[in-house]
Design a protein around this ligand. Structure first.
Ligand SMILES: *Cc1c(COP(=O)(O)O)cnc(C)c1O
Length: 426
């Protein structure tokens, strides 16, 4: 099945008792055992099946298998949020004393998690400028257990050279974890370019309608965890029958990462996704490629409009034909550049504020990836506590506006921006 077809049919087996065409929501906490032997087999992984919805659910299974198909991975695990997907990916590999080398242009929540919470657990994260992939190599020590980056980073919307970072990961026998939220699998599949693990906040374009929170981790099945430096995969797990995840899973050894994340962090820390939210994400996936075509077409048109506008100082969009970012982005993004734009208006902090407050169609809020167009002025909201100097150090200018371009008619989006930018002129 090609992408568009798998998005509608992948991983669903029609239930023979109900013949339900749509994917049913299995709103149940637990599942009957056929016998004590059946129960024992499920608990010891001799047989795979449903036990308790914190660990898995049939609606969730379809979401996970469908995303794994679309991403070109071996297995996936859906979680309560993109944030928990990121946290579990790290603690599924790292213990106290371990290190991660990560790009410094991360989503704000991830930045805080890496910069202030992981250190509380004894996990140190070296944050490096990803525009030169060699910076990852320079920060690797014998304690490093993973490399981490986003496909398109904040706030410059620069595309990371995933292949270059992947080569460094491979040369050091480290897994590369990529947050690909800004580039859904119909426009980019990091596993085909050297990533081993891919994370999505399902909340954004995959859900696509600004209605549900969720995250997913796809295991490429390509990383060999048998190197003893990956202690969590090589020493017997006393909480799980003495299992060594890199060795004792038989034919499931290739998905050791995804399986361990289900059996350890998910089972015992519990950030599970609800079956209802899984259903909503499956609904979003059905139209993902259609929506991304429109997000990308509108994104490019809005970027070009802003680029020519007198009241606009600068525009960042990976699809604007200028600079190194376009070179990297156009190498990887053959099916569109997505809907994220950052731009600076004339008139500093007040200019940015005026434009945001004058928007009528475009919603002023903190989210991205909705079918509706969204905007935020970081200097007066998410980053309002920072001084102009601190903003500059984070690569955010006073007047910067971040747009998540939706799938409305392009003329209506442009008209809204036009009337808001006029307010700054006067
Ligand atoms: C939103 C987002 C997250 C966090 O996901 P939640 O589902 O909100 O927890 C992580 N990374 C990126 C790039 C995001 O846009």
């Amino acid at each position: 099945m090609r992408f568009e077809t798998a998005a509608l049919h992948g991983a669903q087996v029609i239930e023979q008792d109900t013949l339900s065409r749509a994917i049913p929501i299995h709103r149940t906490t637990a599942y009957l055992f056929k016998s004590t032997e059946h129960a024992a087999n499920l608990f010891s992984l001799k047989e795979m099946g449903n036990i308790y919805t914190r660990i898995g659910n049939p609606t969730q299974n379809i979401l996970e298998e469908r995303i794994a198909m679309l991403e070109g991975g071996a297995a996936a695990l859906a979680l309560a949020s993109g944030t928990s997907a990121i946290f579990y990916s790290i603690i599924n590999i790292c213990e106290a004393g371990d290190e991660v080398v990560a790009a410094n242009n991360l989503y704000g929540g991830t930045y805080s998690q890496f910069d202030s919470i992981l250190p509380q657990l004894g996990i140190k994260v070296h944050l490096v400028d990803p525009t030169d992939p060699e910076n990852f190599q320079k920060a690797i020590t014998e304690k490093t257990k993973a490399l981490y980056c986003e496909t398109i980073g904040n706030p410059g919307l620069t595309m990371t050279d995933i292949e270059a970072v992947g080569k460094i990961a491979q040369a050091n026998n480290l897994p590369l974890i990529v947050d690909s939220t800004f580039t859904p699998p119909c426009i980019f599949r990091p596993l085909e370019h050297g990533a081993n693990i891919v994370i999505h906040s399902l909340t954004k374009w995959i859900g696509g309608h600004g209605t549900v929170i969720g995250g997913i981790v796809t295991d490429g099945g390509t990383f060999d965890w048998t190197d003893p430096k990956f202690t969590l995969f090589n020493t017997p797990d006393t909480s799980y029958h003495g299992l060594r995840y890199a060795h004792d899973l038989g034919e499931m050894n290739t998905i050791a990462f995804a399986l361990r994340m289900r059996l350890v962090p998910l089972r015992n820390l519990g950030a599970c996704i609800s079956p209802d939210n899984c259903w909503a994400f499956l609904q979003g996936i059905e139209t993902l490629s259609l929506r991304m075509e429109r997000h990308s077409a509108n994104g490019l048109a809005v970027a070009k409009f802003l680029d020519k506008h007198d009241q606009v100082d600068w525009v960042n969009y990976p699809g604007l034909e200028k600079g190194n970012n376009y070179k990297t982005a156009s190498h990887y993004l053959k099916n569109g550049f997505g809907g994220m734009i950052a731009f600076g208006v004339k008139g500093g902090r007040d200019g940015g504020k005026n434009v945001i407050e004058s928007l009528k169609l475009i919603s002023h809020l903190a989210n991205v990836g909705d079918a509706k167009s969204l905007a935020i002025h970081p200097a007066s909201t998410t980053h309002s506590q920072l001084s102009t100097k601190q903003l500059q150090e984070s690569g955010i200018s006073d007047s910067m506006i971040r747009l998540s371009v939706g799938i409305e008619h392009i003329d209506d989006i442009v008209a809204d921006l036009e009337q808001a930018l006029k307010k700054v002129e006067s």
